[in-house]
Design a protein around this ligand. Sequence first.
Ligand code: NAD
Length: 288
Amino acid sequence: MFEVKTIAVLGAGQMGGGIAQVAAVAGLDVLVYDSFPGAAEKCQSTHRKSLGKFVEKGKLSQAEMDAALGRVRHVTSLDALAGADWVVEAVVEDARVKKELFSKLSSMLKREDIALATNTSSISITEIAASAGASAGRVVGMHFFNPVPLMALVEVIPAMQTSKEIVERTVALATRLGKTPLKANDRAGFVSNRVLMPMINEAFYALMEGVAEAEAIDGIMKLGCNFPMGPLRLADFIGLDTCVHIMNVLADGLNNDRYRACPLLKQLVTAGRLGDKSGRGVYEYPGK
Ligand code: NAD
C-alpha cells in the first residue's frame, strides 16, 4: 500500500516552513530545500519558536517537539531530494521559477507514485503541470493556508492532467497532516481567493470612497460577519502587493474587469506600504 514516509518541501519561507513543521509533527521525515543561503537557519528558528508555543500551551510534549525537530533535514541541492516520496513546492509565487522547478523535478523523481504538489495561491495548476511534461498527471494543487500550523484547510486542486489516484492521495495526506482537504477546480483564484479577494478589494473601495474609516470597516465586518479580523487588517497580513497580484490573476483569468484592483490598493503598493511586512499598509506596525 502506498504510504508517504519522506516528504520534500521546496521553499523554506513562511509557507514551506509551516508545511515542513506540520509534516514533521505528523511523523514524516522532511527534506527542505531553499535556494537562499540563510533560509534554513531562519526556518529552524521559526520551528523552535512555533513548536515551543505548542509545548507551552500543553498541546505537544517537549519530547514530541524534539522528535519533530529531529525529523527535519535542510538540504542544499535539489538532487538531495531523491529519497522523497512526495513533493510540496512552496517557493516564490513566480510562474517562471515554478515551471523551471517542475520541469527539473519531473526528470529527477521518476517514480509514477510520487506526487508533485504545488502550494501556489494563484498560478494555474494546469499550466504548472504542463511544464512537468510526461509527469503532468502527478502534479496537483495542495493549497495550505497561513499560518500553516494553525489553519485547518487544504484546498486540493487537480490540474486538467492530474490522475484520480494522485487526487485521492493528496486528500489522504492532507488528512494525515491533521488538515481538512476540500476540492476546488483549477479556475483563477480557486475558491478561497475567488471569494476572499473581491471582498478585500471592495473594502478598499469603501475606504477610498469614504464610506467609513478603516477601523470602522474592519469593525463592522468583524462584528457583523463574525470574522476573526476585518478585510483591511487581513490585507495587511497577506501583503498588499500579493492582493494586487491576485486581483490581476482574477481579472486576466476570468477575463472580467470587475476584478481589477482598487486604485487605492495599487497606490498604497506604489508607495511601498505593503502591510505588516513593510511596517505600514492600511495600518502602522511599528517595530515590524
Ligand atoms: P516566502 O517568500 O516566505 O518563501 C518563499 C521561499 O522560496 C523563500 O525562502 C525563497 O528563498 C525560496 N525560493 C525562491 N526561489 C526558489 C527556488 N528556485 N528554489 C528553492 N527555493 C526558492 O513565500 P511564502 O509566503 O512562503 O509563499 C510560498 C508559496 O506559497 C507561494 O507560491 C505563495 O503564493 C503560496 N502561498 C502563500 C500564502 C501566504 O499567505 N503567504 C498562502 C498560501 C499559499
